[in-house]
Design a protein around this ligand. Structure first.
Ligand SMILES: [Zn+2]
Length: 64
């Protein structure tokens, strides 16, 4: 999935979080991407390449 990601976007990841959620909010964008689980608020940091591979789809794009 090639796309521009922005802080505040909600994405669905391929892998389900142990809490049962697949939706994550992007909270930092850079060489690494930081995402926060929408259900349990757990924060995870992923290398950008890995993140892009693991994203399934955009759920909600932040509009400004
Ligand atoms: Zn979670």
């Amino acid at each position: 999935m090639v796309k521009v990601f922005n802080i505040g976007d909600i994405v669905e990841m391929k892998k389900q979080h142990p809490c049962g959620s697949k939706n994550w909010e992007i909270i930092r964008v850079g060489a690494d991407i930081k995402i926060k689980c929408c259900t349990c608020s757990r924060i995870v940091m992923l290398e950008r390449g890995k993140f892009e591979k693991d994203v399934k789809k955009m759920i909600e794009e932040k509009l400004d």
